[in-house]
Design a protein around this ligand. Structure first.
Ligand code: PLP
Length: 392
């Protein structure tokens, strides 16, 4: 018998965002709104910090949990931003990206055959990572109530079995832009306490929060403010989005001590640790990044409002106003094959969007638009999309 790839590996589906992007990358002149990143480069002060770190000798192995100075900087950041106390020596693991934090955390929660609940539509990597741990994914779609997405707690209750180990939610959400309220988070905590589950909160977009009205300048609700340090809660985080550092591969986990210790140990066998000089640069990002984050929010708010106004004029398009992240997820009337739609749109207009089907249950029938690009690109993309929609 020839050697074969393990069925547990071959059963992991392709990322359909990637699939579309690969077609787009082979073409010229595409307006790229399919990936979750802005086209702004990493700010110079962060690049300089990495150069200095290399010059200062941060080119060696570090601790599996990350440099103590990076963990201390993260603890300080949480104290300033959310007024919560996190122990840098036992509750923080620096990872080589947000997706690696997801991977490590899930690996510590799921045994083969265990079940993980995932609130969807969601970035596919969470479900894929449960599959990679030989777990079974149960996706529970958000429900649209008026102009706001809500968590379907009845469906969550009905989905729990003796094999259920965890619940993953993303707030602010990719792709919905939905943000869990304080009440939502309290309800999620009650739910996991009642069923003895792990709660994994993907807060990678937590700095990209721009509600309207009196809460305009509020800090995003975080689960860490509501749970105790004994709760089975894990937060996944990243430097990618808030600091334009997607290519650096730097993130972190906040977790209950026992899981953090296990994740630290397992990290040795995966990547050992995040790159040393990137960790140092991350410290500088946390320390000096506030002004740039605020500027980015102003720009994103404008971009969101521009795209929302453009979409509202297109026939058969329905889109709730999101409060966070940098995505719009319009539902298109009568659409049953979002991949085919995105491919046709790409071929005919060179606008690259992500198909809703990529985001699991509740995603088909929509497309995801990342509005973190420059206004000039968004203007062209919306004009082309509008013509395309009129011609359908
Ligand atoms: C919801 C969500 N979580 C985690 C990540 C991981 O980010 P990174 O691996 O770049 O740190 C992403 C990236 O798009 C994301 O959208």
């Amino acid at each position: 018998m020839p050697a074969t790839v393990a069925s547990s590996a071959s059963s992991i589906p392709n990322s359909r965002i990637r699939e579309l992007a690969e077609v787009a990358m082979s073409m010229d002149g595409v307006l790229k709104l399919y990936f979750g990143e802005s086209n702004l480069p990493t700010p110079d002060y962060i690049k300089r910090a990495a150069q200095k770190a290399m010059a200062d000798g941060f080119t060696f192995y570090t601790e599996n949990a990350g440099l103590p100075s990076t963990r201390k900087a993260l603890a300080r950041y949480y104290a300033d931003l959310h007024q919560v106390e996190i122990d840098p020596s036992t509750e923080i693991v620096v990872t080589a990206s947000g997706v690696q934090a997801l991977n490590l955390g899930i690996r510590c929660m799921i045994d083969p055959g265990d079940e993980g609940l995932v609130l969807t539509p969601a970035w596919p990597n969470g479900s894929a990572n449960i599959g990679m741990a030989n777990g079974v994914v149960k996706q529970i779609p958000h429900v649209l109530s008026g102009n706001r997405y809500e968590i379907d707690f009845d469906a969550l209750e009905a989905a729990v079995t003796p094999r259920t180990r965890m619940l993953l939610y993303t707030s602010p959400s990719n792709p919905l832009g939905w943000v869990a309220t304080d009440a939502d988070q309290r309800h999620l905590l009650d739910f996991i306490r009642k069923h003895n589950l792990w709660l994994m909160a993907d807060e990678v977009y937590d700095r990209l929060y721009y509600p309207d009205g009196p809460a305009r300048t509020a800090t995003v609700p975080s689960i860490l403010k509501k749970c105790t340090r004994e709760d089975a809660v894990v937060v996944v985080q990243s430097f990618s989005k808030a600091y334009c550092m997607t290519g650096w591969r730097l993130g972190w986990l906040i977790a209950r001590k026992d899981l953090a210790a296990r994740a630290t140990q397992l990290n040795e066998f995966v990547v050992s640790h995040a790159p040393s000089f990137a960790q140092r640069a991350g410290e500088t990002a946390l320390l000096w990044g506030e002004m740039a984050v605020k500027e980015m929010l102003l720009r994103l708010r404008e971009n969101r409002d521009f795209c929302l106004a453009a979409l509202s004029k297109m026939p058969g398009v329905k889109v709730p106003k999101p409060e966070g992240a940098f995505y719009l997820f319009p539902k298109i009337e009568g659409l049953t094959d979002s991949f085919a739609f995105c491919k046709q749109l790409l071929m005919e207009t060179r606008v690259g969007l992500a198909p809703g089907v990529a985001f699991g249950a509740g995603g088909e029938g929509s497309v995801r638009i990342c509005y973190a690009a420059e206004m000039q690109i968004l203007e062209q993309a919306m004009a082309r999309l509008s013509l395309f929609m009129q011609s359908r």
